[in-house]
Design a protein around this ligand. Sequence first.
Ligand SMILES: [Zn+2]
Length: 370
Amino acid sequence: MTDLPCRWEGNDNLFKLKDRHSTYHCLAATHEEIATNFVSRLHVSYKNLPLRVYQISSKFRDEMNPKLGLLRGKEFLMKDMYTFDSNEKNSQVTYEALCSAYSQLFRMLGINAMKVKGSSGDIGGKSSHEFHFISDVGEDELLYCPKCRNGINGELYEGKTIVCEACNISYEKCNGIEVGHAFLLGTTYSKPFQAKFGSSENVTEILQMGCYGLGLSRILAASVECLSKDDSIRWPFLIAPFYVSVIPPKKGSKEEYVQALAYSLAESLTKISWLKSNIIIDDRTNFTIGKRINEASSLGIPYVVVVSKRLSKTPKESYVMLVCVHEDQALSMKCVYKWFAVFERADKVFLTKSIVEDQRLLSVKKTLRK
Ligand SMILES: [Zn+2]
C-alpha cells in the first residue's frame, strides 16, 4: 500500500505500523486496494459484469478518541462490498440498488435511520451517501428537510442555512450515528491498479467501481443505544438473541409439578414459523423466576413466558411480557400459542412497544384474562 498512490499520506486514522526491519505495514480500515488488486488479476469479461465482491471481517482505525465501547473502537467488524461495472451509467444503477438495499435493511431493523449526502473523505471518488441512526449520542450533525427527509452531513455545509428547494422549507438539525456508507468511486482505484475488463468489441477498458460498507459491530451498539431503557436492553427483533424465554417453575417450589407444561409449550411454539429456532428454555430451575425474568430482560429477549399454576396480570407498557399458563387449562396454552401466532412476519419490524398497542393483540389479551 505504501507504494501505491491512494491513501497512505495524510491519513491520520490509518493504523500504520513499522516492523523490526523498518518496513511499514497497515492494518486496513477498508479494502479498496486489496479488492481492486484482486480483480485486476482476474480476466474479467463484460459477461462477468456487474461484479460484486464482499466480505465480513475485522477492520482497524487508529482512532484519536476511542469511546463508547463498540460505537467507536480501534477494531470493528465490517461488511464491505466492492462493485465493478462496465461504464458510469451501470455503476450508478449498482449504486442505487445497493443504497436501496441498505435503506430497506435499516427499515427492517425498525430504527429511525436516515440517508444523507456525505463527504467522500479519505476514500475518494465522485459521490457518497451515509446512513445514520438518529440519536443524540451521534457525533455527526445532520441537516435534513423535515418534509421529504432529504439530508446532508453538516460538515459539508458548515454554518450555512439551507433550504430544500423542492419543499421550500429550511433544513433542520439532528445528530446521527453513522452505520453505513456508499461511495461511487469511478476509476479512483481501478485506474492505478489497472483493473480492466474485455468489452464486447474485444477492447480492454478500465472498470467503474463503487464501495459499500456496513459497520456491523457499530450497528449492534447503536441499536441498543437507540432502543434501550435504563433497566433493560432492547434489540431490534431481527438481531435479538432469542424472541422468547420460557421459564419453568423453581425447583422445590409448590409449582414444580407444572414443569412439563413449560417444555410442551416451548415445543408447540417452535411450530410458529417466525419463532422456530428463537425460543430458549431457561431451565436453571435452581434460580427464582424473578432472577430469570431479570436476566432475560437484561439480555434483551423481547418476550418471557412464565409457566406457573396461577394466572397473573400482564404488566402494562413493559418490554417483558409475562404470560402465565394455568396448570390444567389447555385453553390457556392455546391462548399463548395464539398470542404469538397472530403476528405475521411484517409486524416484527416494529418493537414490542408498538406491538403492545396493536389492536389485535389487545383482543388476544382480553381472551387471556377470561
Ligand atoms: Zn424537502
